[in-house]
Design a protein around this ligand. Structure first.
Ligand code: KIV
Ligand code: ZN
Length: 512
């Protein structure tokens, strides 16, 4: 068996950078806790210089996470590297990840630098980072469209100046498995000092080959793979963590390599990330889609019933998808509830458990039984809840199939009750118009509204997810209730509070 493959998770940096995937501090912290439980090797927690909010989230993650390296991205400038180090310096294992473009097109049109200048900057800034932090990763952005001879020089320079990890990004998802394998072999043969360095790959999925390219790199000798949970990321996304890890695990015979990831935490982590970004898993998504382990055709069902391995190459249990989901109800006590929360992968304080237990009991008054999915929704919804600005006090809606909807909305703002009334095409439009009349928040556009039932039955919890665009960022608002108009109202208020919170923290600087 080859040495273990390091899993470098960039959900909170490259993943969060994608439109509609932005997360706030509490959400990022919860994802980081799940990643630690999943046992990834590195958590890239953000891009410290991008905004005060990013900086604060990276520092909070660095202070709390003990069992993973915590990294911050930085361009090759002193200001970026200083911010990155400041953000990660309290981590048990800090890492500065610095990058510069090396392809002709990037150097000419983006960087406006000559190859010689890129080499000089690499040497100076890697050395600068290495003086601050024992572990420095250097990435050659757009490596797969760079001249391999130039890459050999750049990586050699980075290693000479203290890089402990060199990363080969397929930034625009352009390469093929064979090309990637050849590139890694060439670098291994020709870059001086590479034998003492971790060789990393970072693949995007524009042509649907991110996972294949990453695995081809592993077969050629790469020892770190950068990936994101559910493959979220810029444009078509990044290589999906769950696919990389389960491929290594299922095909040990072929890859002769393994990761230290606890695969039984995959399903939970995937669900948390989908629920935070307010997107449902595509049913046919590899590993974590709802259909990934269900067998529809009679022939397949017959086969699986006689012997699961006829059509199943992995077990649902191996990713933590348990068949025996426990159902709780109004007779369940606090102990059973607390136990379930722990089994579902959350570690809440006693006080948080007590608060969630009160909500659980209220839920039991409206629902016959409460499933695992309801409990996860209850907890993740609370993580997303952000009552720092506006809170719902009460509302009344009047709706009919013949007249316009009317809503009287009452919110709490700075301990004061504010009220207004509005008309709309239906009850939700009326409620949103009333909220718009009440809140003072930056210009925004409701881009998307979706509703789904968390579990089954007429009494199910309805979860509403709204996507609200303000400036360059799309914010996700979520609301949960057995009353779907209330879920809609809560989701809209949640989204608006996130816009205001991000405004307080300073918006992400998109031009860097
Ligand atoms: O895709 C890319 O090139 C990146 C680098 C910053 C590593 O995300
Ligand atoms: Zn990337």
């Amino acid at each position: 068996m080859k040495p273990s493959i390091r899993i470098f998770d960039t959900t909170l940096r490259d993943g969060e950078q994608a439109p509609g995937c932005s997360m706030d501090l509490n959400e990022k912290l919860e994802v980081a806790r799940h990643l630690e439980r999943l046992k990834v090797d590195v958590i890239e927690a953000g891009f410290a210089i991008a905004s005060p909010g990013d900086f604060e989230s990276i520092s909070a993650i660095a202070r709390e996470i003990k069992d993973c390296t915590v990294a911050s991205l930085a361009r090759t400038t002193e200001k970026d590297i200083d911010a990155a180090y400041e953000a990660v310096r309290h981590a048990a294992s800090p890492l500065i990840h610095t990058f510069i473009s090396t392809s002709p097109v990037h150097m000419r049109y983006m960087m406006k630098m000559t190859p010689e200048q890129v080499l000089e900057r690499t040497a100076a800034m890697v050395a600068y980072a290495a003086k601050k932090c024992p572990d420095v990763e250097f990435s050659a952005q757009d490596a797969t469209r760079s001249d391999p001879e130039f890459l050999i020089q750049v990586f050699g320079t980075a290693i000479k100046n203290g890089a402990t990890i060199i990363n080969v990004p397929d930034t625009v998802g352009y390469t093929t498995p064979e090309e990637m394998s050849r590139l890694i072999s060439t670098l291994r043969e020709r870059v001086s000092g590479i034998d003492k360095t971790v060789i990393s790959v970072h693949c995007h999925d524009d042509l649907g080959m991110a996972v294949a390219n990453s695995l081809a790199a592993v077969t050629a000798g790469a020892t770190q793979v950068e990936c994101t949970v559910n493959g979220i990321g810029e444009r078509a996304g990044n290589a999906a963590l769950e696919e990389i890890v389960m491929a290594l695990n299922t095909r040990k015979d072929y890859f002769k390599a393994s990761s230290r990831v606890d695969t039984t935490q995959i399903y939970r982590t995937s669900k948390l990330v989908y629920s935070i970004i307010g997107v449902a898993a595509p049913p046919n998504k590899s590993i974590v889609g709802t259909g990934a382990f269900s067998h529809e055709s009679g022939i397949h069902q017959h086969g699986v019933l006689s012997e699961p391995t006829t059509y199943e190459i992995m077990t649902p249990e191996s990713i933590g998808l348990s068949e025996n989901k426990l159902v709780l109800g109004k007779h369940s006590g606090r102990h059973a509830f607390a136990d379930r929360i722990k089994t579902l992968g959350f570690s809440l304080s006693e006080e948080e458990i007590n608060e969630r237990f009160i909500e659980f009991k209220k839920l039991c008054d409206n629902m016959k039984s409460v499933s695992d999915d309801d409990i996860v929704a209850l907890i993740t919804n609370k993580i997303a809840a952000n009552d720092s600005h506006y809170k719902l006090n009460r509302f009344e809606v009047f709706t009919s199939n013949e007249a316009r909807g009317t809503c009287v909305m009452s919110l709490v703002y700075n301990d004061e009750i504010i009220e207004d009334v509005a008309l709309g095409h239906g009850p939700i439009d009326a409620a949103y118009n009333a909220i718009d009349k009440l809140v003072v928040a930056p210009h925004r556009t409701l881009e998307d509204y979706s509703i789904h039932s968390v579990s089954e039955g007429k009494d199910a919890l309805g979860e509403v997810v709204v996507k609200i665009k303000s400036g360059e960022t799309t914010y996700t608002g979520r609301g949960l209730s057995t009353n779907i108009i209330e879920s809609s109202v809560l989701a809209y208020i949640n989204g608006i509070n996130k816009i205001l919170k991000r405004g307080d923290m300073g918006a992400k600087a998109r031009d860097i």
